[in-house]
Design a binder for this molecule. Structure first.
Ligand code: CAA
Length: 282
């Protein structure tokens, strides 16, 4: 199964990064979102990333132009009618994702693979709304996508080996490292990462240490590149809460209960870097 053209749904932080790394690997990319301004913002981020690569001598101006020329922004998903792959990178909400999968299932030709960049929602449940659950798979990129090496590849209950291998090959073509994971809440990345972030928030909530000091402990003590609270702001506190809810509900285990302080921040609209305020101010 050769993938030459891909649809990416969602031009936000993750979707624009995915479009960039696909185009860098030589794929034609249809980048789809619901509003032209979302697409413009996504293309601006990709252009900035590529310009930095040129400044640092990692790409020539010609290579930058060629990558950009392979990305086709559009509000019409129908432009991807001849793509071999679709990747959904919308917000972490099951109903929104199911709607997008129904649309992708209509637009993409028979035999095309439908992937989701979900960070915790069940692949098998998403696959069940399509006519081709055997062609549905999880392709979980890490933020920032152009920098992070990992792609967690999640098999749904019905996903075929052929589909798994096609996505594994594509991951390697992008110079990233695939890791195979089965479909359980949070997969591996967020089952391990989010309880750590949640526990860091509990440390602040219970007055064990300040935000800065919790981050300092993990940065200097564990050599993490970012402290957990900085990382939570970077990921988005709404996303962190959504993932904790998936773990809590999915396993029915109180060890995954979201910290009340995390809920309070999300209710206040303090979602982290993207809204200018989270555990830190930006
Ligand atoms: N887009 C593209 N490139 C970026 C970038 C971005 N948003 N942010 C940083 N970079 C690049 C920089 O250009 C720089 O490249 P060069 O050195 O080649 O110029 C390189 O990354 C390092 O950046 P900085 O020197 O500015 O800063 P840094 O050394 O602190 O690295 C970082 C930044 C890579 C983000 C690092 O802090 C890091 O690894 N943080 C942890 C990130 C992480 O854990 N991500 C996973 C989040 S969880 C997730 O994504 C999954 C989920 O489901 C929630």
């Amino acid at each position: 199964m050769e993938i030459r053209k891909a649809l990416v749904v969602g031009a936000g932080q993750m979707g624009s990064g995915i479009a960039q790394v696909f185009a860098q690997a030589g794929l034609e990319v249809v980048l789809n979102d619901i509003k032209p301004e979302f697409l413009e913002r996504g293309i601006a981020v990709i252009t900035k990333n590529l310009s930095r690569d040129v400044e640092k001598g990692r790409k020539t101006e010609e290579e930058k132009a060629a990558v950009l020329a392979r990305i086709h922004p559009t509000t019409n998903m129908g432009d991807a009618h001849d793509a071999q792959l679709a990747v959904e990178a919308a917000t972490e909400n099951m109903e929104i994702k199911k709607n997008i999968f129904r649309q992708m299932d209509e637009v993409l030709p028979t035999g095309a693979v439908l992937a989701t960049n979900t960070s915790s929602l069940p692949i098998t449940e998403i696959a069940a709304v399509t006519s081709r659950p055997e062609l549905v798979i999880g392709m979980h990129f890490m933020n920032p996508v152009p920098v992070m090496k990992l792609v967690e590849i999640i098999r749904g209950l019905a996903t075929t080996n052929e589909v798994y291998e096609a996505i594994e090959d594509l991951t390697k073509k992008m110079d990233k490292v695939p890791v195979e994971v089965q479909d359980f809440p949070g997969f591996v990345s967020n089952r391990v990462l989010m309880p750590m972030i949640n526990e860091a928030i509990y440390c602040v909530y219970e007055g064990v240490a300040s935000v800065e000091d919790v981050d300092q402990v993990m940065k200097l003590g564990m050599n993490h590149p970012m402290g957990p609270l900085t990382l939570a702001d970077f990921i988005g506190l709404d996303t962190c809460l959504a993932i904790m809810e998936v773990l809590h509900e999915g396993f029915g285990d109180s060890k995954y209960r979201p910290c009340p302080l995390l809920r309070k921040y999300v209710k206040a609209g303090w979602l982290g870097k993207k809204t200018g305020r989270g555990f830190y101010q930006y």
